[in-house]
Design a protein around this ligand. Structure first.
Ligand code: HEC
Length: 335
């Protein structure tokens, strides 16, 4: 009997797995890390080729996940670490990176059921888990719909002030969506992985009808199963009163440093050639330079807005300097 059982065990797929040599489990540590760092793209219907939200989805990708995480290719984030600090930085901490690597090398044990990604009841977008990136105002504000196959769209609205905005791509190939007001002034750009764009509480941005939308798409990978595209949705959270501070997005040619009125720099968005790099810093007379960020090998399909962890005051004598040919979009606030 023992011999028979031994033979059966050897034939089951489990026997082919690496021996378990770690205490780290999917249920206890790994699920939470992937939920926090990868779910914004790798969830059902999200802008990545596959979901990584359950043990069964993650297991076949274990080696790839370790590789992508240790080389910092995932999550996609092109700001070099140690140069500036950003509020929307999704990068793993060194401890999280080591935890993922040790779990993969240690045989990828599943562990207890808590958070193990049991199927549960699917939510509206096919996700069985509450999506941390979904804003509360999605429930209260009616979204503007962008037709599923569109690359350009024009949306009629009543012009108003907004406090935040949010976007949901209708197609997993959409990598970026740029929004412009009817008067030509930029509103902002959503890039895969981004959550809600929320302005400071005392600030608002004026949107003017019609809003023009431009969508960018990537090529499908050979390992993804495609779903039918749905309309993309844009939510604009209105502000009822005129805000104390106005927010606007200013485009700056990178060769010519910005000099302008007093304003607070909230965010930068480098628009470079594909895989281009740029350093951005602030110069103020009589003060040391301040590094804003070093953006390396930026994929042009993922030209993201980097929200400064500490907004910087620009006086009329400050210069925003950039060491590469590009366009820099500055998100500014002022009274
Ligand atoms: C900004 C969206 C986004 C985020 C966040 C993201 N991914 Fe991805 N991931 C993608 C896309 C898109 C691809 C398809 C290949 C490409 O474009 O690089 C991909 C591909 C992958 C692949 C396959 C790579 C290959 O070529 O074999 C792995 C593994 C992966 N991601 C793991 C992760 C992990 C782990 C995280 C979180 C730590 C993560 N990703 C976060 C968008 C994302």
């Amino acid at each position: 009997l023992l011999v028979v059982l031994g033979v059966l065990a050897a034939l089951t797929p489990l026997a082919a797995h690496d021996p378990v040599t770690t205490n780290i489990t999917y249920a206890r540590e790994i699920h939470a890390i992937l939920q926090a760092r990868c779910a914004s793209c790798h969830s059902p219907g999200g802008p990545a080729p596959m979901s990584l939200m359950t043990y069964d989805e993650v297991r076949p990708w274990a080696r790839g996940i370790k590789d992508q995480v240790l080389t910092r290719r995932m999550p996609k984030w092109s700001a070099a670490h140690g140069y500036g600090a950003f509020a929307n930085d999704p990068s793993l901490t060194p401890t999280e990176m080591a935890t993922v690597a040790a779990w993969v090398d240690g045989g990828q044990p599943r562990g207890g059921v808590a958070g193990a990604g049991s199927p549960g009841s699917p939510g509206p977008n096919g996700s069985s888990l509450p999506d941390p990136t979904v804003s509360a105002f999605r429930r209260n504000v009616r979204p503007l719909a962008i037709p599923s196959a569109a690359t350009e769209a024009s949306l009629g609205i009543a012009s108003h002030w907004i406090a935040a905005w949010d976007f949901q791509p209708g197609d997993s190939l959409i990598t970026a969506a740029t929004f412009t007001s009817g008067d030509g002034s930029p509103i902002g750009t959503w890039v895969a992985g981004d959550g809600v764009a929320r302005l400071p509480p005392d600030a608002g941005l004026r949107v003017v009808s019609p809003i023009r939308v431009h969508l960018q798409r990537r090529q499908p990978t050979d390992y993804e199963s495609r779903r039918p595209a749905r309309p993309s949705l844009l939510w604009l959270q209105p502000r009822s009163l005129m805000p104390p501070r106005r927010v606007w997005v200013e485009q700056m040619a990178c060769g010519t440093p910005r000099t302008g009125d007093i304003a607070t720099l909230l965010a930068v968005r480098p628009v470079l050639v594909d895989r281009g790099s740029a350093r951005v810093w602030l110069e103020r007379p009589g003060a040391p330079q301040i590094v804003v960020g070093w953006f390396r090998s930026v994929e042009s399909l993922y030209a993201r807005t980097f929200w400064l962890a500490r907004p910087q005051e620009l006086t009329s004598e400050s210069r925003v300097a950039v060491d590469a040919a590009c366009t820099m979009e500055l998100t500014l606030a002022s009274r």
